[in-house]
Design a protein around this ligand. Structure first.
Ligand code: MN
Length: 440
């Protein structure tokens, strides 16, 4: 639903928000932050500032439904707000949009107390926006599934279930972390081709996976599937997600039950939940399935979802190596992709996940699966880009990478755009590889 919060002419008295590439007043994403030495609390990104929801509550800037929503969004996690559902998020969005509007009734009064309401983002620490109860990683990037499949099963790259089932595995919630941290190269069992027996040591093929992250809202009771027509009501918002992957450990451990330690080592998300409401202008039709593909089964097939269930979000993957960093050079752009390259919509993932009665809970997290295209420069991970490490990629400064080296920083960016609307961004999902722990 498009309303006054999406008006591209709306400007903010927070000057850095106007024309901001990620956080103009039309975005208003939710996160949890600590101001310089302060306790963790809910906030909203606006330009280069964070709007402090608990400070605004103390000043008495909310009433009615927006007051309940602001209270639910003011604590150390946003789970209470996620649980409250779309109406609460809309009430909060409308009120905060009004408060930050340059032409708002109280703009002058609020500007006078801006030092109480706003914090400089660069002086704040960001936290996971919600306590993650469960983390499910899908495999909806069909070009990734196909290309990765050609490396391990050239004769049969896509499994026969792929176009019927939004394939997923249950990954690890405890190791989900927020952008900006380090990921330690894991030790694990490796068995390279041609080696008779496995050994234990540092992963040699550490990779990233560019994914769309999905934050679940109210969820469902055990035994009560969410019909696809209602699935969007359970999606609070989206983020960027890096599913760090240890390819050598993965290829040895994954038969027959799928990935385990190769994935549970760590997963990073961007700190801001870009809400379903903020993303309304960037909804597009799910691209038609290629001729000959089966239609989704009825419980995954909904006309409104097919018409509006896809998001036009551009992604960019960048790499900053220690040498690039030392030279003060810009990160190297590894690839670009778009969320419309996913074969399944987010609503189809929700409907499928609950179709057996399994319950989703507020703060559950989904990864979409690696988002990749088919052409040059569109691979969402190094496994695809380098054909399993066979064809290392050359960076702007002449360095090459088959897989990640210690000290490499991987940076994801995402952006929604549509003619006639203000573009919004996700902020960044960044993570730096550190050396493996010494073996005992
Ligand atoms: Mn993944």
């Amino acid at each position: 639903m498009i309303d006054e919060t999406h008006d591209p002419a709306r400007a903010s008295w927070v000057v850095s928000a106007n024309g901001h590439e990620a956080f103009p007043i039309q975005n208003l994403p939710l996160g949890v932050f600590s101001p310089d030495g302060g306790t963790a609390r809910g906030g909203i990104a606006i330009g280069e500032k964070i709007f402090d929801i608990s400070a605004a509550l103390e000043i008495g800037l909310f009433s009615g439904a927006a007051l309940d929503a602001a209270q639910a969004a003011s604590g150390r996690t946003l789970n209470p707000l996620l649980e409250a559902g779309p109406a609460a998020r809309q009430a909060l969005r409308r009120r905060i949009g009004e408060l930050l509007d340059a032409k708002g009734a109280d703009a002058a009064k609020l500007q006078a107390i801006a030092n109480r309401l706003l914090h400089d983002t660069v002086r704040c620490a960001m936290h996971l926006p919600a306590r993650v109860g469960d983390f499910t990683d899908f495999f909806a990037g069909i070009h990734h599934a196909y290309t990765a499949g050609t490396i391990s099963r050239p004769e049969n790259p896509l499994m026969p279930n792929y176009k019927y089932v939004p394939v997923a595995y249950h990954s690890r919630a405890s190791s989900v972390g927020v952008s900006g941290g380090t990921v330690r190269r894991p030790n694990g069992q490796r068995k390279p081709p041609g080696q008779a027996d496995p050994d234990f040591g540092p992963c040699r093929n550490l990779d990233y996976e560019l994914e769309l992250g999905v934050w679940i809202g109210p969820g469902n009771a055990l035994g009560s599937p969410i019909p696809i027509a209602e699935a969007s009501d359970h999606v609070a918002g989206l983020c960027l997600l890096n599913d760090w992957s240890a390819r050598d450990i993965q290829s040895w451990e994954s038969q027959p039950l799928g990935p385990f330690l190769a994935k549970s080592l760590s997963t990073f998300v961007s700190p801001w939940i870009v809400t379903t409401e903020a993303l309304a202008p960037f909804r597009i039709a799910q691209p038609p399935r290629p001729a000959g593909d089966p239609a989704p089964l009825p419980h995954l097939n909904n006309p409104a979802d097919q018409a509006h269930g896809c998001f036009n979000i551009d992604f960019e993957v960048l790499l900053l190596t220690p040498r690039l960093r030392a030279a003060g050079a810009a990160p190297h752009v590894l690839s670009r992709a778009n969320a419309s390259m996913l074969y399944w919509t987010v609503a189809q993932m929700v409907a499928h996940h609950t179709s057996n009665g399994c319950n989703l809970q507020p703060g559950d997290l989904f990864g979409s699966g690696t988002v990749s295209g088919l052409g040059q420069g569109t691979a969402g991970c190094l496994l695809e880009m380098t054909r399993g490490g066979q064809n290392p990629t050359t960076l702007t400064n002449g360095e090459t990478r088959a897989y990640l080296h210690d000290g490499d920083e991987v940076i994801f960016r995402g952006r929604g755009h549509r003619a006639g609307y203000a573009s919004i961004g996700f902020g960044e999902c960044r993570g730096t590889v550190t050396e493996a722990l010494p073996l005992a």
